[in-house]
Design a protein around this ligand. Structure first.
Ligand SMILES: [Zn+2]
Length: 263
């Protein structure tokens, strides 16, 4: 049985993000690959059994909300360069704009805006093929999850982490975080962008929540949508990326699970 991915986060559906300013969304995303970046397609992927998060123990005085983060037994789940795919919009209909076109466009622009905010802090490259990406963003509402008391709880977004060994060049296996980011399309632009920013913060390694509502990674959204990482988000991320990790390095892949026998 495959290990279940770890999930964050559970912002409740009923939360309405307040805010009046219209969001200026870029028409032409600048998410070209940084020079020297390559995002080869995965030839094979094996999910590691050891996917679990453990409480980090940063040194006293570490910045931001680093004391609230989780890490993995293999080190911080982050890479020097991330390859990111976004679920494409469905092709427009020939009979004119479909009702869903505006929703899809709003979703795409919100996701790209959030990616641009993180790109200033985390090198990333946009790729068309999900097989070439470590972070895959999907336009869909996360399934119901359970809260701490076992009650079903809905959310607009969720990030799911698996730790994987990936063969990206023949015979060469690499340890990578693999993150599926689910973002439902049913919010207005500002709330969508805030949700995307938050979930992508998890994807890029911040597996924990801030206790301050002005941070992108706040446990509960405050009255104003957070559309760019705060100084605390930035210092937390800078600290995290300065820590040692095995991710991005070579790994001995686990044995492939045997194929079930034909009945
Ligand atoms: Zn979260």
């Amino acid at each position: 049985m495959k290990p279940a991915p770890l999930a964050a986060c559970l912002l409740p559906l009923g939360v309405v993000l307040q805010g009046s300013a219209a969001v200026a969304l870029p028409k032409e995303p600048d998410l070209h690959q940084p020079a020297g970046t390559s995002c080869p397609k995965a030839l094979a992927t094996r999910v590691l059994e050891s996917t679990r998060l453990v409480q980090a123990r940063p040194e006293p005085g570490a910045p931001g909300y680093t004391d609230r983060l989780a890490t993995t037994p293999l080190g911080w789940p982050r890479l020097q360069v991330w390859c990111v795919s976004i679920e494409p919009a469905l092709p427009a209909t020939t009979s004119g704009p479909a009702a869903g076109d505006a929703v899809q466009q709003r979703w795409q622009l919100a996701v790209i805006s959030a990616l641009q905010s993180w790109k200033a802090l985390v090198p990333l490259a946009l790729v068309a093929d999900p097989e070439a990406a470590q972070v895959r963003i999907w336009r869909r509402l996360p399934p119901l999850a359970q809260d701490g008391t076992g009650r079903p709880r809905a959310s607009h977004g969720r990030a799911l982490l698996r730790l994987v060994a990936v063969e990206r060049q023949t015979g060469q296996w690499r340890l990578e975080p693999a993150v599926e980011v689910l973002i439902g399309p049913g919010q207005r632009a500002e709330a969508l962008q805030a949700t995307a920013l938050h979930e992508l913060g998890h994807a890029f390694g911040i597996w924990g929540h801030s206790d301050a509502p002005g941070d992108a990674m706040a446990t509960s959204p405050g009255p104003v949508p957070v559309l760019v990482p705060s100084e605390r988000d930035r210092s937390t991320l800078r600290w995290l990326y300065a820590q040692p990790t095995a991710f991005g390095g070579p790994v001995v892949p686990p044995q492939a699970s045997p194929k079930p026998a034909d009945p």
